[in-house]
Design a protein around this ligand. Structure first.
Ligand code: SAM
Length: 253
């Protein structure tokens, strides 16, 4: 896969896109990454990419010409990219969207700054993505988040292919089960006995139940769409109701 970013701060990508799993994926040739500087498509002495909004108001907006010209040039080379813009008004980013994007051959991610883009720039977008209901100073961090979440789903990027399959928000729609490592006992906190038993079937059953329980307690909103049997769903709803009753009881007491 090829991931490209277009922003006024291309240097921001250097560390996050060179280290750990992403850095290794690039070395292995699983990911090809390039951070472009939007100022390379400006024509004035100050290499400006922003201007005052028509109608007045606070701050500056990213202008049309550099973004249009950059995309004209970048989209004319190689396979057609999926052009992604980052904006708080976009569709919320999720594991499902990361999975979908991981099947695309080329992602070109455009990062806003200042007060965002001139609205006409948005006509260039194939997708508009939001990282959540809050405002960041720029689209570079969202681009890194998407690049990270997508890269770890690429075949060969993780050491163990099952790592991404069993994780939170994966196919089952549940949170991941609780995990433990050595020592088995620490400061009076013990690892559940079954995990030390060597009985793989019992471990799998415990993990499934623990994942359902954890999801029902912490994210009851996920239960309806999770892949559960009727019995599991009934179990999850009991846990969620109990947890809700406890939290309202706590709030009232
Ligand atoms: N004035 C804009 C608004 O109120 O929606 C916010 C602009 S923000 C300061 C500058 C840039 O950061 C945006 O153009 C976008 O690229 C990026 N950004 C900020 N918050 C974001 C979010 N929650 N999700 C995705 N991108 C975000």
């Amino acid at each position: 896969m090829r991931i490209e970013t277009l922003s006024v701060f291309p240097d921001m990508f250097e560390g996050p896109m060179s280290l750990s799993i992403i850095g290794r994926a690039r070395k292995k040739g699983i990911l090809d990454f390039e951070a472009y500087d939007l100022r390379d498509w400006t024509h004035d002495r100050h290499r400006s990419t922003d201007d005052e909004p028509y109608g007045g108001g606070q701050g500056l907006l990213m202008t049309c010409p550099p973004v249009f010209e950059a995309l004209d040039e970048l989209c004319s080379e190689g396979p057609k990219p999926t052009v992604i813009f980052f904006t708080p008004a976009g569709e919320p980013f999720s594991q499902k969207l990361a999975q979908e994007l991981s099947h695309h051959e080329r992602l070109l991610m455009v990062c806003g700054r200042y007060e965002g883009f001139d609205e006409r720039v948005m006509t260039l977008a194939d997708r508009c993505i939001s990282l959540g209901d809050y405002v960041l100073t720029g689209g570079e961090l969202p681009a890194m988040v998407v690049a990270d979440a997508v890269t770890r789903l690429l075949p060969g990027a993780l050491g163990d292919e099952n790592s991404a399959v069993e994780e939170s928000f994966s196919d089952s729609g549940l949170l991941e089960f609780p995990q433990y490592t050595r020592p088995a006992s620490y400061r009076g906190l013990d690892v559940p006995e079954v995990l030390l038993s060597g009985n793989h079937a019992a471990v799998d059953a415990w993990r499934r139940k623990a994942a359902i329980e954890k999801t029902a307690r912490l994210r009851p909103d996920l239960i309806d769409s999770a892949d559960l049997t009727d019995d599991e769903r009934a179990f999850a709803r009991d846990i969620a109701a109990d947890s809700h009753a406890r939290s309202t009881g706590d709030a009232l007491s």
